[in-house]
Design a protein around this ligand. Sequence first.
Ligand code: ADP
Length: 151
Amino acid sequence: MKKIAIFPGSFDPFTKGHEDIVLRGLKIFDEVIIGIGYNSSKHTRYFEIDWMVKKIEETFADNNRIKTLVYNELTAEIAKKIGAGYLLRGLRNTTDFEYENSISQVNRYLNEKLETVFLITSPEYAAINSSIIREVHKYNGDVSDFLPYKI
Ligand code: ADP
């Protein structure tokens, strides 16, 4: 049986920290599906969804074990539909842990076959944070060092 993991997030934007989790995830799983949670009726993103998908696909163009999926439902449900037995998440600090702990409990309740796997961030990426990147970009700061693709 193929080991498929879904790596869900808003990825607004997808960063080098996210890329690191995906690539390390590939050492554990046969396939990693980057799931971008997106509700088209709520325009709350900073970076356009289509642009983001294109950039992620560009980043992993030469790796057919990495796929991208935009979804608008519970992660626990989409995981069932795509046959993902694992939910991959990254942990940077205790704030992430508190939050991730709660969602993983809920996800277990919603889909008991889905096992959440956490990878601790690599130290060089620990400070990379999508919301800070959005803020810097908004005021015309250079964020290219934090992203695995050209912006
Ligand atoms: P969400 O909106 O679900 O928190 P994010 O796009 O912010 O989604 O993050 C998706 C996942 O990536 C989360 O598990 C988050 O903890 C992890 N993550 C975010 N930034 C980093 C980083 N710099 N290093 C490792 N993991 C990260």
